[in-house]
Design a protein around this ligand. Structure first.
Ligand SMILES: [Zn+2]
Length: 308
């Protein structure tokens, strides 16, 4: 049975025990951490951590891109990790949350290492009577820590929750084709490179099918005579003639209708196929035009440099 780790008596008692333990152990070699079995972790510890705590490493631009990103995410990650100290050879005294009150360095301040005479890189925390290695505990929910990491539980705690959108079942469903769903999601969010958005790049882009000058998302998918004809031919019988050239009305119908279960699935798949074909055409056309603009700009820059 553990005593209350957050009480002042418990903290001072443990720190005293640690100081005694530190003096006894000061001539002993520190054992390597149990996570040294990974070659990548070993390399990180040898060249980037240099046996210091991950929480105490400076952001000096060393290491890979993913390593530097991990360093920036430390304040967030620290909220999800605790240590259960057993043999006391893994947890860092000042930086790991082994007293369930966060980093001791934050409690004692930078001068704490001086007053207590414990180095910043000290690993040996107050050993408990239990045997075995220190255990990392991962936060699964409020006051619920477990020995295994769960990406879904962690994501559930860090994500920003918003209201569920009505069209989600038209974009994401079990029978979906992933690349189709992705294009449909971009189309619903109006993030595809349609003419109205391409004007921000200085590019005039009309509809390649009907030569409509004002090309918008709502035109490309269904209002365009070509797209509407394709949609009508493919989905007209399934929808029982309930076809509309308005993109929003169509999306509403695909999301919630009174069709049979199999027809519901089919209408979603046909809807996504139409969007995907039209959307892919738009993206290909836009990339070709943007590339042409960049090539022209590069050519003009090259021409000016040769004149100079
Ligand atoms: Zn058109």
């Amino acid at each position: 049975m553990y005593d209350d780790p957050t009480s002042c008596c418990s903290l001072s008692h443990r720190i005293r025990r640690f100081a005694e333990y530190e003096r006894v152990k000061e001539t002993e070699m520190k054992r390597l951490s149990s996570i040294n079995s990974s070659l990548w972790v070993s390399w990180i510890q040898q060249y980037l951590l240099r046996h210091n705590s991950f929480w105490d490493v400076r952001e000096d631009g060393k290491g890979s891109w993913i390593w530097r990103k991990q360093l920036k995410l430390r304040p967030l990650a620290a909220q999800f990790i605790r240590f259960e100290v057993k043999d006391g050879h893994t947890a860092f005294f000042w930086f790991d949350d082994w007293l369930q009150m966060g980093k001791l360095l934050a409690v004692a301040g930078e001068v704490g290492t001086y007053y207590l005479g414990v180095s910043r890189s000290a690993r040996e925390c107050v050993p408990r009577d239990e045997y075995g290695c220190d255990t990392v505990l991962w936060k699964h929910s409020e006051d619920n820590y477990k020995t295994h990491f769960s990406s879904s539980k962690t994501w559930d705690q860090v994500r920003e929750r918003r209201d569920k959108v009505g069209w989600s079942k038209s974009v994401w469903f079990p029978q979906e084709v992933a690349r189709y769903s992705f294009i449909v999601w971009l189309a619903v969010k109006n993030r595809l490179s349609t003419g109205d958005r391409m004007r921000a790049w200085g590019i005039q882009q009309g509809c390649v099918m009907c030569e409509e000058r004002d090309e918008t998302r709502d035109h490309v998918f269904f209002a365009c005579p070509y797209a509407f004809t394709v949609w009508d031919k493919l989905a007209g019988r399934l929808c029982d003639g309930n076809i509309d050239p308005d993109c929003s009305i169509t999306l509403q119908f695909v999301t919630s209708n009174t069709l049979r279960i199999m027809d519901k699935i089919l209408i979603k798949m046909v809807f996504q196929t139409c969007i995907y074909i039209c959307g892919r055409r738009e993206m290909t056309d836009a990339i070709r035009k943007v590339s042409a603009v960049w090539i022209n700009q590069l050519s003009s820059v090259q021409g000016r440099s040769q004149v100079c």
